[in-house]
Design a protein around this ligand. Structure first.
Ligand code: 6CS
Length: 316
């Protein structure tokens, strides 16, 4: 059989690397073939999600940044400073999280999706046309965010004017001055040449980009036990691979950006400068509990327990 798998990035970006590994594993261990559809071939992120829900696609990678509009609980990934900056803790969280492995799957299932995995893609950084050292610097800055209500709340709390847009419009919107900033991991800022249309990269340390891979649920449920195992094994191999792939990726990507544009200013905010951004977290978390759906409290509590466990295991 041929399985169609769409994702939100190019083949050589993180989601594409994951998909290529998944394809190689499936094809090496079964008679199935995986056809890959990178960003742009089938539309925007919301389009590929619809196609996966309706069964036109068997697999899709969509980030909670977009899924949060469909599954409100998924917006938890936009509570600032919730995920750890320490890579060992972060990876341990994604490896072991009960929220990810047990609480989220039924919520995705309600939307016709079998949640297969969630993984991090890298520290989120702001790229802007003007320097950002404090929330006041974001005043009047139209800042592009992914399309979910909680990230809008979060950037409002940061002092910006959040502007939700699909990815395909971001470069043009920066070029024409419709927006003056956006956030993404360094590899993506580099590969999509965001440095051509912005001059400052700021690292507030407020988040790590999370994404999720799922299958159409009817398709998955109808698979033989053997094929289900092939899928699960391929996901597990691709998961290990993608964490390893990201080792050093942020610094390599920043080096490439500096090389392509020596005038780019890259600033890591100090703890003191981060403090006012960090102070917004409690209010955004409260907002999550209001708009994050029926399971918001349960998800948040479990996430916190999982993060605590990850921090203890990384110290051990
Ligand atoms: O900002 C976005 O919309 C995109 N960013 C990444 C890192 N992946 C896909 C997503 O569409």
């Amino acid at each position: 059989e041929t399985w169609r798998y769409a994702f939100e990035e190019a083949l050589d970006e993180v989601q594409g690397k994951f998909a290529q590994k998944f394809k190689a594993e499936v094809e090496a261990n079964s008679d199935n073939e995986v056809q890959l559809f990178p960003f742009g071939t089938l539309g925007e992120s919301v389009d590929i999600m619809e196609q996966a829900q309706s069964g036109i696609l068997q697999f899709v990678d969509q980030s909670p940044g977009f899924t949060g509009a469909l599954i409100p609980e998924a917006q938890v990934f936009f509570v600032p400073y919730l995920l750890p900056q320490d890579q060992d803790q972060l990876f341990s969280f994604f490896r072991n999280s009960k929220a990810v492995k047990e609480l989220f799957p039924p919520l995705y299932a309600e939307q016709g999706l079998e949640l297969l995995t969630m993984f991090p893609e890298g520290e989120v950084m702001m790229t802007t046309t003007e320097p950002v050292r404090a929330p006041a610097d974001l005043n009047e800055v139209k800042f592009r965010v992914m399309t979910n209500p909680l990230i809008v709340e979060s950037y409002q709390a940061f002092g910006a004017t959040p502007t939700p847009l699909p990815w395909g419009q971001v470069y043009g919107a920066l070029q024409t001055g419709m927006i003056q900033g956006q956030e993404n991991p360094a590899f993506f800022i580099e590969s999509t040449k965001m440095y051509e249309v912005t001059d400052y990269i700021t690292r507030p340390g407020h988040n790590n980009f999370t994404t999720a891979v799922m299958a159409n649920k009817d398709f998955y449920d109808a698979l033989s036990d053997e094929d289900k195992q092939v899928v699960q094994n391929a996901i597990a191999v691709a998961f290990d691979y993608i964490l390893e792939y990201q080792d050093g990726l942020t610094e390599e990507s920043l080096a490439k950006i500096r090389e392509a544009k020596p005038a780019m200013t890259i600033t890591t905010l100090t703890e003191e400068e981060r403090a006012p951004f960090r102070e917004t977290a409690a209010a955004v978390e409260q907002k999550y509990l209001e708009i994050g759906g029926a399971q918001a409290q349960a998800i948040l509590d479990q996430m916190k327990a999982d993060l605590q466990a990850a921090s203890e295991s990384a110290q051990a």
